[in-house]
Design a protein around this ligand. Structure first.
Ligand SMILES: NC(=O)c1ccc[n+]([C@@H]2O[C@H](COP(=O)([O-])OP(=O)(O)OC[C@H]3O[C@@H](n4cnc5c(N)ncnc54)[C@H](OP(=O)(O)O)[C@@H]3O)[C@@H](O)[C@H]2O)c1
Length: 198
């Protein structure tokens, strides 16, 4: 059967990157991610990404939506700069095995949809902690994601006010008591959970 061309095969990876560079009007992308796993062998995509690094089109490469078994399939010695995964108070699965895998290899995790696309609003536990800090519930949700030094959060915001509010989450210091209250309302995983996507 004929294999369809893909943005992740040897040629497609390079072409998609060059098309992105043109659209962005730049000659270099600092960090370029594989969005998710498709039918192309990971080794083929990684080789193409490393070629882009060596030619200076990208500064580094990373991956997204790869669970631990996918990460384990990456070619020997080829570590992504990050794995961008769905992670927030209501999606704690990655803490069980993905975080330890990444931490052991010094790969920072990038949390996408850290606000669960706004659906975290209205949770009582979050509101109580927020009230105690004089902050907003979404700031607490972000501070919670950022409680680990090796986790990055990429909240999407379309207004300057939201961007400023989210940035100020860096100043929210959650106490052990806050973390306990949040654990009670949003339990940590106790077994392997397949990586969720949005
Ligand atoms: N790798 C992947 O497969 C994948 C999948 C999904 C998303 N992502 C990425 O993850 C990033 C964020 O994810 P997301 O947009 O799905 O969800 P999100 O960041 O959890 O939530 C975004 C929503 O929260 C609202 N919001 C943000 N700050 C707020 C604030 N301070 N107060 C009130 N509402 C606020 C936004 O509203 P406004 O727009 O009105 O500010 C928007 O509706 C995006 O850059 C996206 O590209 C990646």
């Amino acid at each position: 059967s004929k294999v369809l061309p893909s943005n992740a095969d040897a040629r497609g990876t390079v072409e998609a990157c060059h098309a992105s560079l043109r659209r962005l009007g730049t000659d270099r992308i600092d960090l370029y991610l594989l969005h998710w796993r498709g039918g192309v062998p990971l080794a083929e995509t990684v080789e193409a990404l490393e070629g882009l690094v060596s030619r200076g089109s990208i500064g580094a490469w990373g991956v997204s939506n790869l669970d631990v078994d996918d990460l384990a399939e990456l070619p020997e010695g080829a570590l992504p700069q990050t794995d961008q995964v769905l992670y927030n108070l209501t999606r704690r699965g990655p803490e069980y095995d993905l975080f330890p895998w990444c931490r052991e290899r010094s790969v920072p995790v990038m949390a996408y949809s850290p606000l669960e696309q706004g659906r975290l609003l209205g949770h009582q536990a979050l509101e109580s902690v927020a009230e105690a800090h004089g902050s907003s519930p979404l700031q607490v949700a972000l501070a919670w994601v950022l409680r680990h030094d090796d986790v990055i959060a990429i909240p999407k915001a379309s207004t300057a006010a939201h961007v400023e509010e989210n940035h100020a989450a860096l100043d929210v210091r959650l106490t052990d008591e806050d973390l306990k209250a949040l654990d009670a309302a949003f339990p940590a995983p106790v077994r392997k959970e397949p990586l969720e996507i949005l």
